[in-house]
Design a protein around this ligand. Structure first.
Ligand SMILES: Nc1ncnc2c1ncn2[C@@H]1O[C@H](COP(=O)(O)OP(=O)(O)OP(=O)(O)O)[C@@H](O)[C@H]1O
Ligand SMILES: [Mg+2]
Length: 255
């Protein structure tokens, strides 16, 4: 259970509009009510539930038995903090990612806003999805990835499970492997991971990556060039696309 400490009260008031005193929630308090398990992965167990009555998810880190417990704990904590940090950073930049509501890194728990929508994998595997719809969704996915890259952030695990489609909106989740980057290679790898997954898991949508790339390029036209940030200049959409082609060639010839 996530616990709320008195020092978090001002955060709750400012960010969530919850008055801890008034609502009789002072002191240590269990706030996450689980309802349904969404996922049991190698690294994390994810539950849906409520946090102060709002739809939330709890991501609980799972110990890896083959690692030394101290090392495992250190790596897990580092990854969880990094995930929270990058979610906060990208959300502040206006991206559609879950809000971070609570982090208990000793207990290995992250509480996030629950976002509605269907995983892209489901939508692409649905027999009712038309080519026109798939194209429009994948263009939007490309635009969402460019919006992420524009703020010097790579996702690191762009699978069709980690992209949620909610009507006209595209949400990105699972920032456990995300990082702040300026070197074009990691940006190209993001698109390449998506390319490989679209080819392997969704072969019926031949050319799907071309729609993603079209959306990626169009987003640069729409948003304009990426601003130069503290760490330098973010690669342009064209540079990332060229790198994707290079990576593809490398993989084809060297496996
Ligand atoms: N904020 C959220 N809103 C809605 N659903 C979510 C959210 N976060 C996670 N999920 C659901 O839980 C699943 C697993 O979460 P996530 O991808 O963050 O874990 P994971 O890091 O992939 O775990 P592992 O690496 O152990 O497989 C997602 O694919 C998604 O279906
Ligand atoms: Mg995931």
């Amino acid at each position: 259970m996530a616990l709320i400490q008195p020092k978090a009260q001002s955060f709750l008031k400012e960010r969530m509009g919850v008055n801890v005193q008034k609502e009789g929630l002072s002191g240590w308090f269990m706030v996450f009510e689980p309802t349904e398990r969404l996922h049991l992965g190698a690294e994390a167990e994810v539950w849906k539930g409520t946090w102060f009555g709002r739809p939330a998810v709890r991501k609980q880190r799972r110990p890896r038995s083959w690692r030394h417990p101290n090392l495992d704990h250190r790596l897990g904590v580092r990854r969880m903090i990094s995930e929270a940090r990058l979610l906060i950073r990208t959300r502040k930049a206006g991206l559609s990612v879950p809000c971070v509501w609570d982090l208990d890194y000793d207990g290995g728990q992250l509480i996030l806003e629950h976002l509605d929508g269907r995983p892209l994998i489901e939508l692409l595997n649905d027999d009712e999805t038309t080519a026109l719809h798939a194209e429009s969704v994948l263009r939007k996915v490309g635009a969402a990835v460019r919006a992420l890259h524009r703020v010097a952030t790579t996702h690191g695990d762009l699978s069709s499970n980690n992209i949620l489609i909610d009507g006209e909106d595209v949400h990105l989740i699972d920032f456990g492997l995300a990082s702040v980057e300026y070197d074009v290679e990691r940006f190209g790898i993001d698109l390449h991971v998506l390319d490989e997954i679209l080819g392997a898991s969704h072969p019926q949508w031949e050319g799907a990556i071309d729609w993603v790339v079209a959306g990626y390029m169009a987003a640069e036209e729409a948003f304009g060039p990426a601003p130069v940030l503290q760490g330098g200049a973010v690669p342009t959409a064209r540079e990332v696309h060229t790198r994707l082609e290079d990576i593809r060639t490398r993989v084809r010839y060297h496996g």
